[in-house]
Design a binder for this molecule. Structure first.
Ligand code: UD1
Length: 423
């Protein structure tokens, strides 16, 4: 195993480019299984979760190979194989293959994902949607066995909770279903709009993506088109916070400003400037020497993203004053608090809120990453802590960030990856 070792106290300076979005790539890769031919997908980041998705597509008979910067996905030999627990447990978004299997074969056997460090992660809304469309679903031996003997039919589906994953699975199922599907209380995330754009380019009929009501008119086939993945809004936000924490001054290219409005507003309140330098680039720096403490509440889009909550907490450790951070999406997403406290942070948890008393000097320490975004938060805190921070269990980071430590090093951080002798 590997760890990241960093020496705090260096201001970041320079220019950095955001990679393609992991969470936008996953639905697109699943959607490729619905197409009557191969698709070339550009800007897919080389991160572990997407390698796992490639593995899943291959297990199901499809081709998924990188050709230079392009991921080539050919579903010609896609077949109704089992999506096994060994893969699903390492990456819950592999549940996205459920809808394509059902749509193409009327039959799907996919392992139940189970929970993870940040929460229970139920899939009841995915199944509710598919059942409304005519699927029969039984759970057996830890597997979902879904069966649509008469094919999938368009339906009116009301989601009880706003779920990105359920909205994706229903859109994928509805694209080739008979008739019209209406999803009410749908997720509005940029990744949903991106998926709708891809499906429509393939010949699907999807309207309303980005609002809470999505209407999909089923079509009989989808024709291949090349596609480019949008930049990763969470990586972009993480890099911007890195600049703010270190009193740096950086330019971020491929910054998806429209997808980060909530973060931008909170930056203004905290005294961080984020200004456009040209169409897709921004400059980030602190307006004043001190940061202001700013509360956040995580919410579905366009609210403050839960995937930036841990990073915001790291930032607030350096803001003199009190900031209350409330997590409403995942019930167990404060695992980074104990590790930040090991670095000297003053944080108290009460229910689903954490109160950060910021402005103390953090000291570098050996810490352990508990999940993907927590690992980024620990690195951010380490960038401004006194002395050396060693972040272990870095495989969490590698699930979703492409070369984060190399990007930070290029901006002037003293950071390296090395084998972890402890594990
Ligand atoms: C996606 C993102 C993840 C992000 C999350 C919320 C991907 C691969 N992952 O996860 O990084 O943190 O959105 O923005 O894109 N829920 C149910 N029943 C369901 C499905 C979800 O109760 O059937 C609940 C979940 O427990 C959670 C909330 O709904 O409390 C949001 O979950 P969801 O939007 O589905 O998250 P994911 O799609 O898994």
């Amino acid at each position: 195993m590997e760890r990241i070792v960093l020496e705090g106290g260096r201001r970041l300076n320079g220019r950095v480019k955001v990679s393609g979005s992991k969470n936008a790539s996953l639905p697109i890769m699943a959607a490729c299984l619905l197409v009557d031919g191969p698709c070339d997908i550009e800007n897919v980041p080389r991160v572990k979760d997407l390698q796992t998705m490639c593995q899943m597509l291959r297990l199901l008979g499809a081709t998924a190979e990188y050709q230079g910067q392009i991921l080539h996905i050919d579903p010609a030999k896609f077949s109704d194989q089992i999506a096994p627990y060994e893969l699903v447990k390492t990456m819950r978004a592999s549940i996205y293959v459920l809808a394509p299997l059902l749509a193409r074969f009327g039959n799907a056997r996919v392992a139940l994902p189970g929970g993870c460090a940040i929460g229970l992660r139920p899939i009841d809304q995915h199944l509710k949607g598919l059942k409304c469309m005519g699927a029969e679903v039984v759970m057996e031996h830890g597997y979902i066995h879904a069966h649509a003997p008469h094919g999938l039919q368009g339906a009116e589906i009301y989601l009880d909770v706003v779920s990105v994953g359920a909205t994706v699975n229903i859109m994928l199922a509805a694209a080739l279903a008979k008739g019209k599907t209406i999803v009410e209380h749908a997720a509005c995330e940029p990744e949903i709009i991106h998926l709708a754009g891809f499906l429509n380019a393939l010949g699907a009929k999807v309207q309303g993506a980005g609002t809470s009501r999505i209407v999909i008119e089923g079509v009989t086939h989808l024709s291949p088109v090349p596609h480019r993945i949008i930049p990763d809004r969470i990586e972009a936000g993480t890099l911007a916070i890195a600049a703010a924490i270190t009193r740096g001054d950086i330019i971020i290219d491929d910054f998806p400003m429209e997808d980060l409005t909530a973060l931008e507003r909170k930056f203004v309140e905290a005294g961080i400037v984020i200004e456009p330098v040209d169409r897709n680039s921004v400059r980030v720096y602190r307006k004043d020497e001190n940061l202001a403490s700013v509360d956040i509440v995580t919410q579905p889009f366009p609210g403050f993203p839960t995937d930036l909550q841990a990073q915001w907490m790291a930032l607030m450790c350096f803001a003199p004053g009190r900031a209350v951070i409330t997590e409403t999406i995942w019930e167990n997403r404060f695992m980074h608090v104990a590790e930040l406290k090991r670095m000297g942070a003053d944080i108290q948890i009460e229910g689903n809120s954490a109160m950060v008393k910021g402005g103390r000097v953090l000291s570098g320490a050996p810490v352990m990453a508990s999940d993907l975004r927590a690992s980024a938060a620990l690195i951010l805190a380490g960038l401004m802590a006194e002395g050396e921070t060693r972040v272990s269990r870095i495989y969490h980071l590698d699930r979703g960030y492409e070369h984060l430590e190399q990007k930070l090093a290029a901006l002037g951080a003293k950071i390296r990856r090395e084998p972890d002798p402890g594990i």
